[in-house]
Design a binder for this molecule. Structure first.
Ligand code: ASP
Length: 348
């Protein structure tokens, strides 16, 4: 039974309530494009407009499916693919570089109805890592594949392949040079075919260490799903993998509680199992979604010294987000409410 959410009105973090009790939305979607040092005045008007537009496009790509009775999983995948193709974000095209000058991509997806999950780490040639994570979930007996094996599985499944140069952006390369310079590490040659700067390169904002993308959704059947996709952290070494593809850390979904996607310093998200912890607080302690997200992000993550943020949705229509950085690119849409986009802390 779908509960009429009094909690919803209180807990809908980003969606200014117009006052009065509202019925819980039957479908909802929230997307993030990374948290980090994103302050007013730091982004040019063109950059800000480009990010807002991209976030809105991604959320709408999922919302259109949900509105027409599509599944939460399909909505998550569709919205993430839009962000993976957008060079503004640290996922797919536009991903950050490893210290060796490569793009090693991580992604995960989870179905809250069945608790099925799929994840990939360190893939280099799949255009849409989120589609590969979904293929792992649906077409392999495994939950997580990494490196060359994951690339081979991707080819075997017939997923769209991309040349490593496809993922290249000048702006992320400059971030790499800066990071390696600060660590006195050698600067590698750019990948062959890296090409001339594109107009969008100058719009990319280096939000510090983050910039991952993620989406959570609720469909009209009451099923939730979560997905996350990232290039990880700039100048990562030694096959480092963050929280995004780790089920329970950066990505989690269960119809018994909620769906969560995170962005931030992965090492802290893994140690706190941030996504699962939020869902556990909802499931076992009966916290509202917003209270659970705030408890984990504002208290536990902050106390441990990690930074970042999360987005979340619950089967009863609650929506929440929480971040302890100055900004997080985000967008939300739900049945009966207009699409909203935010970047800074003081935005609804
Ligand atoms: N959480 C990601 C990681 O640690 C980074 C990010 O959110 O941008 O790989």
């Amino acid at each position: 039974m779908r509960r009429i959410g009094i909690a919803l009105v209180l807990a809908v973090a980003g969606m200014a309530s117009s006052g009065g009790a509202q019925a819980a939305p039957k479908w909802a979607i929230v997307a993030h494009g990374g948290a980090g040092v994103i302050e007013r005045g730091q982004l040019s008007p063109e950059q800000e407009a480009a990010y807002r537009r991209s976030m809105a496009l991604a959320a709408e790509a999922g919302a259109v499916l949900l509105r027409n009775g599509g599944s939460a999983l399909d909505a998550v995948e569709a919205a993430i693919k839009v962000l993976e193709d957008d060079p503004l974000f640290n996922a797919g095209r536009g991903a950050v570089f490893t210290a060796e000058g490569r793009n090693e991509l991580d992604a995960a997806i989870m179905d809250g109805r069945t608790l099925a999950a799929g994840a990939v780490a360190g893939v280099t040639r799949t255009r849409h890592p989120i589609a590969l994570a979904r293929a792992v979930m649906e077409r392999s007996p495994h939950v997580m594949l990494q490196g060359e094996g994951a690339d081979a599985f991707s080819r075997a499944m017939g997923l769209e392949q991309a040349d490593p140069a496809f993922f290249f952006t000048q702006r992320r390369w400059r971030s790499l040079e800066k990071a390696l310079g600060a660590q006195r590490l050698p600067i590698p040659e750019p990948p062959p075919g890296a090409g001339a700067p594109r107009p969008s390169d100058e719009l990319v904002h280096d939000e510090g260490k983050h910039g991952t993308v993620g989406v959570v959704a609720l469909d009209v059947r009451g099923d939730v799903a979560a997905g996350t996709s990232t290039g990880g952290t700039t100048a990562k070494r030694w096959g480092r993998v963050g929280d995004s593809p780790v089920v329970g850390a950066g990505t989690y979904a269960s119809n018994r509680s909620c769906a969560v996607s995170g962005t931030g310093t992965g090492e802290y998200f893994i140690r706190l199992t941030v996504a699962r912890e939020i869902c556990a607080l909802v499931e076992h302690k009966g916290l509202s979604l917003q209270a659970a997200a705030d408890q984990v992000v504002q208290r536990e993550l902050t106390a441990l010294g990690g930074d970042g943020g999360v987005i979340a949705v619950a089967p009863d229509g609650q929506i929440a987000w929480s971040f302890n950085t100055s900004g997080m690119y985000r967008a939300a849409a739900a049945e009966g409410r207009p699409l909203s986009v935010g970047i800074y802390k003081d935005e609804p």
